[in-house]
Design a protein around this ligand. Structure first.
Ligand SMILES: *Cc1c(COP(=O)(O)O)cnc(C)c1O
Length: 356
């Protein structure tokens, strides 16, 4: 049994994917070829936003978003402590200060009550400018956007949705990638929609942001390619990766159904033994991971291993526990839910070709 089986998907889509790659080799437009625009149009339609700007990876998608929002030294950016490193890393990369927020005990996503407390604390201290929130759709489940959007508006802070794991998720029919001012995703092979290398995208309804994103991803280009009007970066999606993603996107809804069916089967069988993942009313998860909570995690993982079932820990270290963020001086007691989750969570195999 595989934890994530990328080969099963390739076998199924081989003819179509191989043809798409061959088409790129034939036309030879390896950078910003026609498949890139075709993909951006289809992704924007799928997510239900005006603009999709692809880029080199999900980490760059976050960095590009923060460049657009002019996030810099002296700014406070709020993010969950229980997430993948890139969420917090990109904040520090902009020389801004990450402010860590605890998790909701049911959904593992950012806790909106603690978020508001942290915002109030930063305002009261008066040292940093509260600039943005990065909410993460952890393990595929959209964060509580109705509540987070209300908080962002109340304090006039920008909201970035990190949907690297959440592509395909929904709240009341509104899709992941459409929440907040800007949303980002990743096409790393193991994500719900993955390519065969690195890739990412940014989504927004804001025309001005979209223009800035297109400039920032190609060295801050102006109207003319060799007139550089701002400092940017080189963060384009390869045409071959776009070609692969077009075929995978065409299959994505079918795969999403299969992931949801597997998750339902897991939960039906495991609910008596563990705390199983909660999907609130009106929400759809894309099941990037199927994650259980157990006080005897190590023993449970051993049991699965003995049966030939691989398990993984996402995440065993919170952001505030990372060596690179020791300088921020957080203790576990300030972020108790996330600290406990990091000691108790483990994930079971999850992909669309499981045949449970
Ligand atoms: C994977 C991931 C990223 C980064 O994406 P890359 O494409 O690997 O750079 C960012 N945030 C979260 C929550 C992720 O899971």
């Amino acid at each position: 049994m595989h934890f994530i089986d990328l080969q099963a998907q390739y076998k199924r889509l081989k003819t179509r994917i191989d043809q798409r790659i061959q088409d790129v080799l034939t036309h030879g437009k390896y950078i910003m070829g026609p498949e890139v625009q075709e993909l951006e149009k289809k992704l924007a339609e799928y997510v239900g936003v005006k603009h999709c700007i692809t880029c080199a990876n999900g980490t760059d998608a976050l960095t590009l978003s923060m460049m657009v929002l002019d996030i810099k030294e002296g700014d406070a950016v709020f993010c969950p402590t229980f997430t993948f490193f890139a969420t917090a890393e990109t904040i520090a990369f902009q020389k801004a200060t990450p402010i860590f927020v605890d998790s909701d005990i049911e959904t593992f996503n950012i806790c909106s009550e603690h978020l508001e407390k942290q915002i109030k604390k930063v305002i009261a201290e008066g040292k940093l400018v509260p600039k943005a929130i990065i909410a993460v759709d952890l393990f595929g489940l959209p964060a509580n956007y109705p509540e987070i959007e209300r908080i962002a508006q109340k304090y006039e802070i920008k909201l970035i949705e990190d949907a690297a794991q959440g592509f395909g998720g929904e709240i009341d029919g509104k899709r992941a990638g459409s929440f907040g001012d800007i949303a980002t995703t990743s096409f790393f092979p193991a994500k719900p929609l993955g390519c065969y290398g690195d890739g990412g995208a940014v989504f927004t309804n804001n025309d001005e942001y979209a223009e800035l994103l297109k400039s920032f991803r190609v060295h801050g280009k102006g109207q003319d390619k060799y007139d550089n009007v701002r400092i940017g970066m080189n963060s384009r999606l390869d045409t071959i990766q776009a070609a692969i993603l077009l075929e995978k996107l065409a299959e994505f809804q079918t795969e999403l159904k299969s992931r949801n069916a597997s998750a339902a089967k897991y939960s039906a069988q495991l609910a008596d033994t563990y705390k199983t993942p909660k999907v609130p009313e009106g929400y759809v998860s894309s099941w990037a991971q199927y994650t259980l909570v157990s006080e005897t995690r190590d023993e449970e993982m051993e049991k699965y291993k003995a049966q030939g079932i691989p398990t993984m820990i996402y995440y065993g270290t919170c952001m505030h526990q990372q060596t690179a963020f020791k300088y921020l001086g957080y203790s576990d007691s300030e972020l108790p839910v996330a600290s406990k989750l990091s000691k108790q969570v483990f994930s079971l195999p999850m992909h669309p070709y499981m045949n449970l």
